[in-house]
Design a protein around this ligand. Sequence first.
Ligand code: ASP
Ligand code: MG
Length: 302
Amino acid sequence: MVNVQESPKVKREVLEVSSEIMSEAGQFLRRNGFIEILPVIISPITDPLNHSVLDASINYYDGQYSLTKSMIFHKQLAVRVFPKIFTFSPNIRLETEDKKSTGRHLIEFTQLDLEVKDAKRDDILTLVENLFVEVFKDLDKKFGKIIRSTNPHFSIPKIPFERVRYLEALEKYGSDFEAILSKQATEPFWLIDIPIEEREFYDRLDGDGKVLADMDLIYPYGFGEAISGGEREHEYEKILYRMSLKGNDQKSLKWYLDEVKKGIPPSAGCGIGIERLTRFVCNLRHVSEARLFAKVPGSLSI
Ligand code: ASP
Ligand code: MG
């Protein structure tokens, strides 16, 4: 039987910090030419993800909608209309119970999801670094004293963040490299050039055919993954090839493939986990303390 969990107590200051993060990040993006679009909650297409989660689809007449796992495909389509977009996207990923103690997983969470037409990975790295600096400066000004009372490490991140190649880190530290490096670090750093088998089909395959033009951002002090993103595949044939390598079912992504056939532009972007960022800033044990009505893997709560 499923475990029914009481929602954790969430501190008022944490909610204020989270609200300020969303406000300042949104303002930063608007100042940089972005517009905010509305999130998509249900669609016949959603992110297939690179790991399996429990099914979250609903029947509607003769068809089926999926709850959004990420808005990746909608972002690629949105930049046909406007070149720089962002949205605060609620994502549902019905993770299994083994993820409940990672500190980083909720089955409902929010990404600040952004995408830029014709951008390269480096453009996104620089954009996000500047966004972090602006957001942290603003937090320092408005909540610095309160944040430091529970997070002695709070500081404005130094840019540019270090870029660590995935395969080099793997060779040096073994399969647990991400956790090891995150614990050692005192500044956020980028993990770049992630191997093809570790990611979904939509991030662009780079020159040598083994690694992708993509990245994760990793928080220091053991807080782990913050962001995923990259340059995207946008050519129909390449997308089909990548889907076949992954074994992704073409039928379930037909709506997407039809749009790709009509033409989508090259783009790059990323998704920034809001609860994870709040957790990192406030030095919280678990992301469930970073929002109201948090849903922890493996249990039910309001
Ligand atoms: N697909 C990423 C995720 O949701 C976000 C992105 O690549 O923009 O993990
Ligand atoms: Mg990720």
